[in-house]
Design a protein around this ligand. Structure first.
Ligand code: SR1
Ligand code: MG
Length: 410
């Protein structure tokens, strides 16, 4: 049997079984099988099943380079960050994250709940499934993890300790590059769909005002240690079933602007919207699905606002938090950042190298170009007009105006 206590190595499926036995995750008589099921950009995910007792767990291991490309050399310490933030979020937002059973700083792996009875939300949305509780669930998760880790609620020295604990320079650098920098010029690492390239050149790279705004936002991302973020809250980081939502993969966690997580959720619902619009042929089914997404996007914003206001009134400990007008000012800045980040995410998933299946699986070339144009147009508006986008209805207006522009321009 291999020794897992000396130095790190990247595990095979067989190693993962031996590892599970070595750390005694299952009873002696267990009959274990293992399958590597990771489909993300960075890590290895082993599902271990005890077929005798019908029990299963997940072992997630961080390697020294990203799966998506050897070019990204990453400290496996991200696995510590992930296990620690999952522990914290488990307390702040009970029911919305998997339980962690073990973290191993030598093998850089975390053992957690197997959520195989759930489905990755992006995959489910591409199949046009609807989840009526999602907006309620995710808005609670967002308020609890963002407001309750901020200086509004946490004692300031304790909060600064948390900032230290979750300093995450390498993964932040990925977001600084892929979200805030590379999409705004003809970077060799970009991978623009050939049919969208002219549009991107004209409307994004050549728009000096937009490029300037991206610079301002990049510096806010790097310097505003407001809340402990998930840091990569797209629909591929969410496991879902009808009555349950579980947020996974918080390895990009760090203290940053609260709107970053909310904006990512919104943008990825918009990708699902674009997919539905261009892949559902039956008009009635399409209307029904798009209406579901419109309602969900509106609800995410409006429920976040309502729950944020309530939690602030009940949980704020900072003295100045009660000054008249301060809560409204603070929430306004979060909503402004939400709009901006929704815009950035919409642009970077089309222009940059980390794509979303919602768009790449649209087979018809013209339909994909139209879907991308709508997302790019909406993205640009979210960034440029971020100061005046505040309500669920404002977010929907941006999407619907982008659709109209694409029809006129088509
Ligand atoms: C090199 S990692 C590319 C992207 O995958 C992750 O999920 C993040 O979104 C990152 O930007
Ligand atoms: Mg991930």
């Amino acid at each position: 049997m291999k020794d897992f206590t000396v130095e790190y190595f990247t595990m095979t499926e067989q190693d993962a079984i031996e590892y599970a036995k070595a750390i005694k995750l299952f009873p002696e008589e267990a009959e274990l099988t293992c399958k590597e099921i990771g489909d993300g950009n960075l890590n290895y995910v082993f599902k271990i099943v005890d077929v005798k007792n019908n029990q299963s767990i997940i072992i997630k291991q961080a390697g020294p380079v990203a799966r998506i490309s050897d070019e990204f050399k990453l400290s496996p310490d991200r696995n510590r960050i992930e296990s620690e933030i999952l522990g914290l979020q488990y307390k702040l937002a009970p029911g919305f994250v998997p339980e962690v059973y073990n973290y191993d700083p030598i093998m850089n792996c975390t053992v957690m709940d197997d959520l195989s009875d759930h489905e990755i939300m992006r995959t489910a949305l591409i199949k046009h499934k609807k989840f009526s509780l999602f907006a309620d669930h995710i808005s609670t998760f967002l308020v609890n993890t963002l407001l309750l880790t901020s200086d509004v609620v946490v004692e300031h020295k304790e909060k600064k300790e948390l900032v230290k604990q979750f300093i995450n320079p390498e993964l932040c650098e990925i977001s600084e590059d892929l979200v805030y920098t590379e999409p705004f010029y003809d970077c060799p690492r970009n991978e623009v769909f050939e049919g969208s390239k002219e549009f991107v050149k004209e409307n994004i790279w050549n728009d000096k005002k937009l490029v300037l705004e991206s610079a301002k936002l990049k510096f806010e991302f790097m310097t505003n240690a407001q809340s402990l973020l998930h840091g990569d809250l797209h629909t591929g980081s969410i496991f879902i079933k009808e009555d349950s939502t579980k947020v996974i993969d918080p390895e990009f966690a760090f203290y940053g602007p609260a709107g970053y997580d909310i904006g990512n959720v919104i943008a990825n619902l918009i990708f699902a919207y674009a997919n539905g619009k261009f892949t559902i042929e039956n008009e009635e089914t399409q209307d029904d699905y798009l209406n579901y997404l419109v309602t969900t996007i509106k609800d995410v914003v409006n429920l976040f606002t309502d729950k944020f206001n309530k939690a602030w009134d009940e949980k704020a400990t900072e003295r100045v938090a009660s000054y008249e007008g301060f809560k409204e000012y603070y929430l306004d800045t979060i909503l402004r950042d939400t709009a901006a980040v929704a815009g950035l995410e919409l642009l970077r998933r089309i222009i940059g190298l980390a794509k979303v299946k919602d768009l790449t699986t649209i087979e018809d070339r013209e339909a994909r170009i139209r879907a991308e144009k709508i997302c790019l147009t909406a993205g640009k508006t979210f960034i440029l007009n971020r100061d005046s986008i505040k309500t669920g209805a404002d977010f929907i207006n941006v999407i619907q105006s982008a659709e109209l522009t694409s029809v006129k321009g088509a």
